[in-house]
Structure formats: C-alpha cells, structure tokens
Design a binder for this molecule. Sequence first.
Ligand code: SF4
Length: 266
Amino acid sequence: METGCLAAFLLPHCRHGTRSRIDPTSELLRSDPNMFRKGEPKAAERPDQCPPTPVPETSDLGELRRAAANCRACSLYKNATQTVFGEGGREADVVLVGEQPGDQEDYAGKPFVGPAGRILDQALQAAGIDRSSCYVTNAVKHFKWKPSGKRRLHEKPSAREIEACRPWLQAELRSLRPDIVVCLGATAVRAAYGKNLPVLKNRGQWIPSLLGPNTTITVHPSSILRAIDPAAKEKAFADFVTDLDAVAAALRSKPQSRPLPSRELF
Ligand code: SF4
C-alpha cells in the first residue's frame, strides 16, 4: 500500500480520530469474514488446569504490571524468573509486540534488552522512529525454555499459552490506546488474530486485528540474527527497516490534535 493511501486508511480510526474507516474490503477479511470468530479458543483449547487470567479492571499500567507479576494462568511462570511486562511511554504512539521474553529479558525483567532488542533499536533508528514514542511488549509474558547443558534454550509458546496471556496484552493496549500496533513475528500474529497467518506473506500489510484496527505485521528481529550469512542478514535487516518505514510514514502523517479515543476499538 502506498503511503498516501496508508495515511488515509490509518489515521481516522486511531486515537486522533473519532470515526472508524477500516477498509471492509481488506483481502484477508473478504476471503475469510469469520476470521476473528474462528480465532476464538475452543473450550478444549482453553487452559483448564489453570486459574483465569487475573486482569484487573483498570487502565493503570502500574497496577496491571503488579497484577501480572502474580499471574498463574498457564504453567509458564513455574520455570521463569519473573513476569516480563511491557515497557515504554504512557503516551506511546506505537506498540511493538514480540513473542516472549528471552534469556536476558527473563533475568532483567525488561522486554527487548537482549540481542533481538538491539536489532530492534537499530531498525527503529534506521526508520526514523523515536524509540521513546514506542512501547514494547510481548504476546507471552513469561520465558518458556528447556535446559541444554548450562544453557536455557528458547521454546515457542503454545497456542494455549498465547490465548491465556492475550488478556494482558489487550489490557496494555486498552490502557495505551496507541495509533499503531506492530506484530513482530508469528507468535504476536497468533495473539493478534487468534489464528496463524503466514508472516512473510502478510508482512507490511495493514490488517485490523483483535488488538486494534491499525495493526501491521513484520518479522521478529531475532529472525535477522538467525540469517545464514552476512549478505542474508543485511537483506533481512533492510526488509525489516522497510516494514518499519511504513510505520514511520503513517506516524508522520498523523494530525497534531488528539481527540479522546473510543474504547469500542477494543
Ligand atoms: S505466560 Fe502469561 S498467562 Fe501464562 S502465567 Fe505468565 S503472565 Fe500468566
């Protein structure tokens, strides 16, 4: 989508606007109008051995963070050091959603402080996005890992764990009401859409999600670290920056005034 088109599409339904103009002819929605309904977890997929996700009725991020610290809504808390809640400015324009905390994040209690976080910072800078205008978080708030000698190897969260943790993500977004949500990789996409969507096929697209109307998709920065050689890594980084360029363009075209948002978006 070209930038001009994008701005017209995006901004009316962010917190700077009062009227939703989500494109109802979006390819994805047209091809699968029940996508959100289909994405809701079936009874058998819900975490039945665990208590409900204890999200308090508040938009206070500090309160949400304190409540999440005691979450036991899936079993991931058992092997993790701590809950890693999102972090960033209360007035963040962009919320970047990753997968889950990694080894370093688990110890630090902060998201995106490891190698993937450094790639993300570099890409944001290259795209001209002020890091302070972003809030970074993860679809799943506890580190899932398996032992390998002295190392803790990352394990992908299950659909059930993603579903269990989504209420925290939605609570963060209700509180922040950002202009834009960026899904970084497959787990964030699963959390945003309630189903798996191919990341590479949909990257750079603006597709309304369970997290908000102005949602876009790109890769997780850790995928750049896994590129097989320097040339592939350079290309992967450039492609990542291209996706973030579109986010930067949308932010640049936003109005200056900020009318109160509609909570109905969520
Ligand atoms: S991963 Fe999410 S749902 Fe599971 S215990 Fe941690 S905070 Fe709760």
